[in-house]
Design a protein around this ligand. Structure first.
Ligand code: FAD
Length: 371
Protein backbone atom coordinates (compact mmCIF):
# COMPACT_ATOMS: atom_id res chain seq x y z
CA UNK A 1 0.00 0.00 0.00
CA UNK A 2 1.55 3.40 -0.98
CA UNK A 3 2.24 5.67 2.01
CA UNK A 4 0.25 8.58 0.44
CA UNK A 5 -2.84 6.41 0.19
CA UNK A 6 -2.49 5.41 3.84
CA UNK A 7 -2.08 8.93 5.09
CA UNK A 8 -4.92 10.38 3.04
CA UNK A 9 -7.51 8.16 4.69
CA UNK A 10 -7.03 8.70 8.41
CA UNK A 11 -10.53 7.77 9.54
CA UNK A 12 -10.22 4.17 8.45
CA UNK A 13 -7.71 1.34 8.34
CA UNK A 14 -6.53 -1.36 6.00
CA UNK A 15 -6.96 -3.81 8.89
CA UNK A 16 -8.39 -3.82 12.41
CA UNK A 17 -6.88 -6.63 14.45
CA UNK A 18 -9.23 -7.76 17.23
CA UNK A 19 -7.14 -9.41 19.97
CA UNK A 20 -3.66 -8.46 21.13
CA UNK A 21 -2.32 -11.92 22.00
CA UNK A 22 0.76 -13.37 20.32
CA UNK A 23 -1.27 -14.02 17.18
CA UNK A 24 -2.85 -10.58 16.83
CA UNK A 25 0.42 -8.76 17.54
CA UNK A 26 2.40 -10.85 15.02
CA UNK A 27 -0.28 -10.27 12.39
CA UNK A 28 -0.25 -6.53 13.04
CA UNK A 29 3.54 -6.32 12.87
CA UNK A 30 3.80 -8.18 9.58
CA UNK A 31 0.89 -6.22 8.08
CA UNK A 32 2.43 -2.93 9.10
CA UNK A 33 5.81 -3.96 7.66
CA UNK A 34 4.03 -4.46 4.34
CA UNK A 35 2.75 -0.92 4.51
CA UNK A 36 -0.78 -1.53 5.79
CA UNK A 37 -2.42 0.93 8.16
CA UNK A 38 -3.32 -1.23 11.15
CA UNK A 39 -4.78 -0.87 14.64
CA UNK A 40 -4.92 -3.57 17.35
CA UNK A 41 -7.77 -3.64 19.88
CA UNK A 42 -7.73 -5.67 23.07
CA UNK A 43 -10.20 -5.46 25.91
CA UNK A 44 -7.37 -6.23 28.37
CA UNK A 45 -3.72 -5.17 28.54
CA UNK A 46 -1.43 -7.48 26.56
CA UNK A 47 -0.25 -10.03 27.39
CA UNK A 48 -3.65 -11.30 28.45
CA UNK A 49 -5.49 -14.45 27.33
CA UNK A 50 -3.55 -17.63 26.68
CA UNK A 51 -0.41 -15.72 25.73
CA UNK A 52 -0.07 -14.49 29.34
CA UNK A 53 0.17 -18.00 30.79
CA UNK A 54 1.82 -19.96 27.96
CA UNK A 55 4.98 -21.92 28.72
CA UNK A 56 6.51 -20.78 25.44
CA UNK A 57 7.83 -24.13 24.26
CA UNK A 58 8.66 -24.24 20.56
CA UNK A 59 8.41 -27.98 20.43
CA UNK A 60 7.26 -29.73 17.26
CA UNK A 61 8.77 -33.03 18.43
CA UNK A 62 7.28 -32.89 21.93
CA UNK A 63 3.84 -31.93 20.60
CA UNK A 64 3.89 -34.62 17.89
CA UNK A 65 0.76 -36.80 17.93
CA UNK A 66 -0.34 -39.68 15.75
CA UNK A 67 -2.57 -38.66 12.84
CA UNK A 68 -1.64 -34.95 12.66
CA UNK A 69 0.75 -34.69 9.68
CA UNK A 70 -0.52 -31.27 8.60
CA UNK A 71 0.05 -29.80 12.06
CA UNK A 72 3.54 -31.31 12.17
CA UNK A 73 4.37 -29.79 8.78
CA UNK A 74 3.34 -26.37 10.11
CA UNK A 75 5.08 -26.65 13.46
CA UNK A 76 8.34 -27.80 11.84
CA UNK A 77 8.25 -24.94 9.37
CA UNK A 78 7.48 -22.51 12.20
CA UNK A 79 10.26 -23.85 14.39
CA UNK A 80 12.82 -23.58 11.59
CA UNK A 81 11.83 -19.96 10.92
CA UNK A 82 11.79 -18.92 14.62
CA UNK A 83 15.47 -17.94 15.05
CA UNK A 84 15.27 -15.61 12.05
CA UNK A 85 12.01 -14.12 13.32
CA UNK A 86 13.42 -13.55 16.80
CA UNK A 87 16.60 -11.94 15.45
CA UNK A 88 14.54 -9.56 13.30
CA UNK A 89 12.13 -8.76 16.15
CA UNK A 90 14.89 -8.16 18.69
CA UNK A 91 16.70 -5.85 16.27
CA UNK A 92 13.49 -3.92 15.56
CA UNK A 93 12.44 -3.64 19.21
CA UNK A 94 15.65 -3.71 21.23
CA UNK A 95 13.90 -6.24 23.54
CA UNK A 96 15.31 -9.69 24.28
CA UNK A 97 12.60 -12.33 23.74
CA UNK A 98 14.17 -14.98 25.98
CA UNK A 99 14.51 -17.33 23.00
CA UNK A 100 16.80 -20.31 23.62
CA UNK A 101 17.38 -23.47 21.63
CA UNK A 102 17.69 -25.42 24.88
CA UNK A 103 16.61 -28.86 23.64
CA UNK A 104 14.19 -31.23 25.40
CA UNK A 105 14.41 -34.51 27.27
CA UNK A 106 11.28 -36.68 27.48
CA UNK A 107 11.48 -39.27 30.23
CA UNK A 108 9.70 -42.57 30.77
CA UNK A 109 9.23 -43.03 34.52
CA UNK A 110 8.13 -46.67 34.42
CA UNK A 111 7.82 -49.62 32.04
CA UNK A 112 4.40 -48.65 30.70
CA UNK A 113 5.58 -45.13 29.97
CA UNK A 114 8.71 -46.54 28.32
CA UNK A 115 6.57 -48.67 25.98
CA UNK A 116 4.48 -45.64 25.03
CA UNK A 117 7.51 -43.37 24.63
CA UNK A 118 9.20 -45.97 22.40
CA UNK A 119 6.05 -46.07 20.24
CA UNK A 120 6.13 -42.29 19.82
CA UNK A 121 9.87 -42.40 19.24
CA UNK A 122 9.36 -44.86 16.36
CA UNK A 123 7.07 -42.27 14.78
CA UNK A 124 9.68 -39.54 15.37
CA UNK A 125 12.33 -41.74 13.74
CA UNK A 126 10.13 -42.57 10.77
CA UNK A 127 9.73 -38.83 10.22
CA UNK A 128 13.44 -38.17 10.67
CA UNK A 129 12.90 -35.62 13.45
CA UNK A 130 16.39 -35.89 14.90
CA UNK A 131 15.30 -37.26 18.28
CA UNK A 132 17.40 -39.95 19.98
CA UNK A 133 16.50 -42.67 22.50
CA UNK A 134 18.88 -42.55 25.48
CA UNK A 135 19.36 -45.00 28.37
CA UNK A 136 19.05 -43.52 31.91
CA UNK A 137 22.80 -43.02 32.34
CA UNK A 138 23.05 -40.84 29.25
CA UNK A 139 19.95 -38.89 30.26
CA UNK A 140 21.59 -38.22 33.61
CA UNK A 141 24.77 -37.05 31.87
CA UNK A 142 22.62 -34.37 30.25
CA UNK A 143 20.56 -33.54 33.33
CA UNK A 144 22.24 -34.58 36.61
CA UNK A 145 19.23 -33.45 38.68
CA UNK A 146 16.90 -36.14 37.32
CA UNK A 147 15.09 -38.57 39.59
CA UNK A 148 17.29 -41.62 40.44
CA UNK A 149 14.89 -44.15 38.93
CA UNK A 150 13.45 -44.09 35.42
CA UNK A 151 13.45 -46.19 32.26
CA UNK A 152 15.14 -44.01 29.64
CA UNK A 153 14.26 -40.98 27.59
CA UNK A 154 14.16 -39.26 24.22
CA UNK A 155 16.48 -36.33 23.59
CA UNK A 156 15.22 -33.75 21.07
CA UNK A 157 18.10 -31.24 20.77
CA UNK A 158 16.36 -28.88 18.34
CA UNK A 159 13.45 -27.96 20.62
CA UNK A 160 13.48 -24.39 21.89
CA UNK A 161 11.58 -21.99 24.12
CA UNK A 162 10.74 -18.31 24.25
CA UNK A 163 9.34 -16.19 27.10
CA UNK A 164 5.82 -15.17 25.96
CA UNK A 165 5.86 -12.07 28.20
CA UNK A 166 9.08 -10.82 26.70
CA UNK A 167 7.90 -11.80 23.24
CA UNK A 168 4.83 -9.64 23.81
CA UNK A 169 6.93 -6.71 25.05
CA UNK A 170 9.17 -7.07 21.99
CA UNK A 171 6.18 -7.11 19.64
CA UNK A 172 4.63 -4.09 21.37
CA UNK A 173 7.91 -2.17 21.04
CA UNK A 174 8.30 -3.18 17.38
CA UNK A 175 4.73 -2.07 16.69
CA UNK A 176 5.31 1.24 18.48
CA UNK A 177 8.41 1.75 16.32
CA UNK A 178 6.21 1.18 13.24
CA UNK A 179 3.70 3.73 14.55
CA UNK A 180 0.99 1.08 15.04
CA UNK A 181 -1.48 1.80 17.80
CA UNK A 182 -2.24 -1.06 20.21
CA UNK A 183 -5.30 0.00 22.17
CA UNK A 184 -5.68 -1.79 25.49
CA UNK A 185 -8.97 -1.79 27.36
CA UNK A 186 -10.99 -1.54 24.14
CA UNK A 187 -13.61 -4.24 23.72
CA UNK A 188 -15.15 -4.95 20.33
CA UNK A 189 -18.89 -5.20 20.85
CA UNK A 190 -20.41 -5.08 17.37
CA UNK A 191 -19.57 -5.69 13.72
CA UNK A 192 -20.29 -2.99 11.14
CA UNK A 193 -22.03 -5.04 8.49
CA UNK A 194 -23.24 -4.36 4.99
CA UNK A 195 -25.12 -7.52 4.12
CA UNK A 196 -22.46 -10.28 4.02
CA UNK A 197 -19.52 -7.88 4.26
CA UNK A 198 -17.85 -6.69 7.47
CA UNK A 199 -16.75 -3.09 7.12
CA UNK A 200 -15.31 -2.53 10.58
CA UNK A 201 -16.18 -2.80 14.25
CA UNK A 202 -17.91 -0.81 16.97
CA UNK A 203 -16.34 -0.81 20.42
CA UNK A 204 -18.19 -1.17 23.71
CA UNK A 205 -17.69 2.59 24.16
CA UNK A 206 -19.49 3.18 20.85
CA UNK A 207 -16.51 4.16 18.69
CA UNK A 208 -16.59 2.99 15.07
CA UNK A 209 -13.43 1.83 13.32
CA UNK A 210 -13.77 1.13 9.61
CA UNK A 211 -11.38 -1.19 7.77
CA UNK A 212 -11.02 -3.22 4.59
CA UNK A 213 -10.28 -6.28 6.73
CA UNK A 214 -11.13 -7.32 10.28
CA UNK A 215 -8.68 -9.88 11.64
CA UNK A 216 -10.28 -12.18 14.23
CA UNK A 217 -7.44 -12.95 16.66
CA UNK A 218 -9.44 -13.37 19.86
CA UNK A 219 -8.04 -16.78 20.78
CA UNK A 220 -10.40 -18.97 22.82
CA UNK A 221 -13.12 -16.30 22.54
CA UNK A 222 -13.32 -16.50 18.73
CA UNK A 223 -16.02 -19.18 18.76
CA UNK A 224 -18.34 -17.21 21.04
CA UNK A 225 -17.77 -13.74 19.55
CA UNK A 226 -21.33 -12.47 20.06
CA UNK A 227 -20.46 -9.39 17.99
CA UNK A 228 -20.30 -11.54 14.86
CA UNK A 229 -23.32 -13.14 13.16
CA UNK A 230 -23.64 -16.73 14.37
CA UNK A 231 -22.67 -18.30 11.04
CA UNK A 232 -19.41 -16.31 11.01
CA UNK A 233 -18.17 -17.55 14.40
CA UNK A 234 -15.45 -20.17 13.84
CA UNK A 235 -15.48 -23.56 15.60
CA UNK A 236 -13.11 -22.60 18.43
CA UNK A 237 -13.58 -23.76 22.03
CA UNK A 238 -11.67 -22.97 25.23
CA UNK A 239 -9.44 -25.72 26.64
CA UNK A 240 -8.29 -24.87 30.16
CA UNK A 241 -4.65 -25.25 31.16
CA UNK A 242 -3.25 -24.69 34.66
CA UNK A 243 0.43 -23.88 34.99
CA UNK A 244 2.91 -22.99 37.77
CA UNK A 245 5.84 -20.65 37.95
CA UNK A 246 8.69 -21.65 40.29
CA UNK A 247 12.00 -20.00 41.10
CA UNK A 248 15.24 -21.35 42.51
CA UNK A 249 16.27 -19.33 45.59
CA UNK A 250 19.90 -19.20 44.40
CA UNK A 251 18.99 -18.77 40.71
CA UNK A 252 20.40 -22.27 39.99
CA UNK A 253 18.01 -24.10 37.69
CA UNK A 254 17.40 -27.81 38.38
CA UNK A 255 17.61 -28.45 34.61
CA UNK A 256 19.11 -26.83 31.51
CA UNK A 257 16.66 -28.07 28.94
CA UNK A 258 12.93 -28.76 28.77
CA UNK A 259 12.33 -31.90 30.85
CA UNK A 260 9.04 -33.70 30.31
CA UNK A 261 7.14 -36.86 31.14
CA UNK A 262 3.80 -38.15 29.91
CA UNK A 263 2.01 -35.86 32.38
CA UNK A 264 4.08 -32.69 32.70
CA UNK A 265 6.73 -30.46 31.15
CA UNK A 266 9.25 -28.23 32.92
CA UNK A 267 10.61 -25.26 31.01
CA UNK A 268 13.64 -23.37 32.41
CA UNK A 269 13.74 -19.63 31.75
CA UNK A 270 17.12 -17.89 31.35
CA UNK A 271 16.34 -15.70 34.42
CA UNK A 272 16.11 -18.64 36.84
CA UNK A 273 12.35 -19.31 36.72
CA UNK A 274 10.97 -22.75 35.95
CA UNK A 275 7.55 -23.20 34.34
CA UNK A 276 5.65 -26.38 35.21
CA UNK A 277 2.69 -27.16 32.97
CA UNK A 278 0.05 -27.93 32.19
CA UNK A 279 -3.31 -29.51 32.82
CA UNK A 280 -5.72 -30.05 29.90
CA UNK A 281 -9.34 -29.60 30.93
CA UNK A 282 -12.63 -29.15 29.08
CA UNK A 283 -14.34 -26.68 31.46
CA UNK A 284 -15.66 -23.95 29.24
CA UNK A 285 -14.39 -20.49 30.19
CA UNK A 286 -13.54 -21.41 33.79
CA UNK A 287 -10.05 -20.20 34.75
CA UNK A 288 -10.05 -21.17 38.41
CA UNK A 289 -6.72 -22.44 39.73
CA UNK A 290 -7.64 -25.57 41.68
CA UNK A 291 -5.85 -27.32 44.54
CA UNK A 292 -6.07 -30.55 42.52
CA UNK A 293 -4.49 -28.98 39.44
CA UNK A 294 -1.62 -27.41 41.38
CA UNK A 295 -1.11 -30.62 43.36
CA UNK A 296 -0.90 -32.74 40.22
CA UNK A 297 1.65 -30.41 38.62
CA UNK A 298 3.83 -30.21 41.75
CA UNK A 299 3.68 -33.99 42.30
CA UNK A 300 4.66 -34.74 38.70
CA UNK A 301 7.38 -32.06 38.69
CA UNK A 302 8.87 -33.56 41.86
CA UNK A 303 8.79 -37.06 40.33
CA UNK A 304 11.02 -35.81 37.49
CA UNK A 305 13.30 -33.38 39.31
CA UNK A 306 13.30 -33.83 43.12
CA UNK A 307 15.10 -30.47 43.60
CA UNK A 308 11.85 -28.77 42.62
CA UNK A 309 10.80 -29.24 46.26
CA UNK A 310 13.29 -26.52 47.29
CA UNK A 311 12.00 -23.97 44.80
CA UNK A 312 9.80 -20.98 45.57
CA UNK A 313 6.28 -21.31 44.21
CA UNK A 314 5.84 -17.90 42.59
CA UNK A 315 2.50 -18.11 40.83
CA UNK A 316 -0.24 -20.51 39.79
CA UNK A 317 -2.25 -19.53 36.71
CA UNK A 318 -4.87 -20.89 34.38
CA UNK A 319 -5.49 -19.96 30.75
CA UNK A 320 -7.65 -20.98 27.83
CA UNK A 321 -6.15 -22.61 24.75
CA UNK A 322 -8.13 -21.93 21.59
CA UNK A 323 -9.03 -25.49 20.52
CA UNK A 324 -10.47 -26.55 17.14
CA UNK A 325 -12.12 -29.82 16.09
CA UNK A 326 -8.98 -31.07 14.25
CA UNK A 327 -6.35 -29.22 16.36
CA UNK A 328 -5.36 -27.17 13.29
CA UNK A 329 -5.40 -23.36 13.42
CA UNK A 330 -7.85 -21.37 11.32
CA UNK A 331 -5.89 -18.93 9.18
CA UNK A 332 -7.51 -17.17 6.21
CA UNK A 333 -10.88 -15.89 4.97
CA UNK A 334 -13.86 -16.29 7.29
CA UNK A 335 -17.57 -16.57 6.55
CA UNK A 336 -18.03 -12.83 5.86
CA UNK A 337 -16.33 -10.80 3.15
CA UNK A 338 -13.55 -8.86 4.84
CA UNK A 339 -13.36 -11.14 7.88
CA UNK A 340 -10.00 -12.90 8.22
CA UNK A 341 -9.50 -15.68 10.77
CA UNK A 342 -6.29 -15.94 12.79
CA UNK A 343 -7.40 -18.17 15.63
CA UNK A 344 -7.64 -21.74 16.93
CA UNK A 345 -3.91 -22.28 17.57
CA UNK A 346 -4.62 -24.59 20.51
CA UNK A 347 -1.34 -25.81 22.11
CA UNK A 348 1.02 -24.19 19.59
CA UNK A 349 0.04 -20.54 19.34
CA UNK A 350 3.37 -19.14 20.52
CA UNK A 351 5.23 -21.35 18.06
CA UNK A 352 2.85 -20.63 15.17
CA UNK A 353 2.42 -16.87 15.78
CA UNK A 354 5.18 -15.68 13.41
CA UNK A 355 4.08 -18.03 10.64
CA UNK A 356 0.48 -16.90 11.13
CA UNK A 357 1.53 -13.26 10.89
CA UNK A 358 3.31 -13.99 7.58
CA UNK A 359 0.32 -15.83 6.20
CA UNK A 360 -2.20 -13.16 7.17
CA UNK A 361 -0.06 -10.34 5.78
CA UNK A 362 0.41 -12.30 2.56
CA UNK A 363 -3.30 -13.08 2.40
CA UNK A 364 -4.17 -9.39 2.51
CA UNK A 365 -1.55 -8.63 -0.11
CA UNK A 366 -2.83 -11.49 -2.29
CA UNK A 367 0.46 -13.42 -2.12
CA UNK A 368 0.87 -17.14 -1.31
CA UNK A 369 3.13 -18.18 1.61
CA UNK A 370 4.38 -21.74 2.22
CA UNK A 371 2.95 -23.41 5.32
C1 FAD B 1 -1.27 -23.38 30.08
C2 FAD B 1 -0.94 -23.12 28.65
C3 FAD B 1 0.34 -23.43 28.18
C4 FAD B 1 0.67 -23.20 26.84
N1 FAD B 1 1.94 -23.49 26.41
C5 FAD B 1 2.28 -23.25 25.11
C6 FAD B 1 3.60 -23.50 24.65
O1 FAD B 1 4.45 -23.94 25.42
N2 FAD B 1 3.89 -23.24 23.35
C7 FAD B 1 2.96 -22.75 22.46
O2 FAD B 1 3.30 -22.54 21.29
N3 FAD B 1 1.70 -22.50 22.88
C8 FAD B 1 1.34 -22.74 24.17
N4 FAD B 1 0.06 -22.51 24.60
C9 FAD B 1 -0.93 -22.09 23.61
C10 FAD B 1 -0.83 -20.60 23.35
O3 FAD B 1 -0.80 -19.92 24.58
C11 FAD B 1 -2.03 -20.14 22.53
O4 FAD B 1 -2.22 -20.96 21.39
C12 FAD B 1 -1.78 -18.69 22.07
O5 FAD B 1 -1.40 -17.88 23.14
C13 FAD B 1 -3.02 -18.14 21.41
O6 FAD B 1 -2.76 -16.79 21.15
P1 FAD B 1 -3.94 -15.85 20.66
O7 FAD B 1 -3.31 -14.52 20.39
O8 FAD B 1 -4.71 -16.52 19.59
O9 FAD B 1 -4.95 -15.79 21.91
P2 FAD B 1 -4.82 -15.04 23.32
O10 FAD B 1 -3.44 -14.96 23.78
O11 FAD B 1 -5.83 -15.73 24.21
O12 FAD B 1 -5.30 -13.58 22.99
C14 FAD B 1 -6.64 -13.29 22.63
C15 FAD B 1 -6.92 -11.85 23.03
O13 FAD B 1 -8.19 -11.46 22.53
C16 FAD B 1 -8.72 -10.52 23.44
N5 FAD B 1 -10.16 -10.43 23.17
C17 FAD B 1 -11.07 -11.44 23.20
N6 FAD B 1 -12.28 -10.96 22.84
C18 FAD B 1 -12.13 -9.63 22.60
C19 FAD B 1 -13.02 -8.60 22.18
N7 FAD B 1 -14.32 -8.80 21.96
N8 FAD B 1 -12.53 -7.34 22.02
C20 FAD B 1 -11.21 -7.08 22.24
N9 FAD B 1 -10.33 -8.04 22.63
C21 FAD B 1 -10.78 -9.29 22.79
C22 FAD B 1 -8.35 -11.08 24.80
O14 FAD B 1 -8.36 -10.09 25.80
C23 FAD B 1 -6.95 -11.65 24.54
O15 FAD B 1 -5.93 -10.76 24.91
C24 FAD B 1 -0.30 -22.69 25.94
C25 FAD B 1 -1.56 -22.36 26.42
C26 FAD B 1 -1.88 -22.56 27.76
C27 FAD B 1 -3.26 -22.18 28.26
Amino acid sequence: MPAEARLSDRGSYDAVVVGGGAIGLCCAWRLSQRGARVVVLDRATPPAGATRVAAGMLAPVGELAFGEPELLRMTLLASEAYPGFVAELEAASGVNSGYERCGALHLALDRDEAAELRRVHELQRSLDLGAEWLPPRRCRDLEPGLTPSFNGGVHAPEEAAVDPHRLTQALLAALAAEGVEVRAGVEVAEALLDSERIEGVRTAAGEELRADAVILATGAWAGTAAWLPEHARPPVRPVKGQILELRAPDGEQPCERIVASERIYLVPRPDGRLIAGATTEERGFDTTVTAGGAHELLREAYRLLPDVAEMELVEAMAGLRPGTPDNLPLIGPGELDGLILACGHYRNGILLAPLTGEKIAAELAGVEVAG
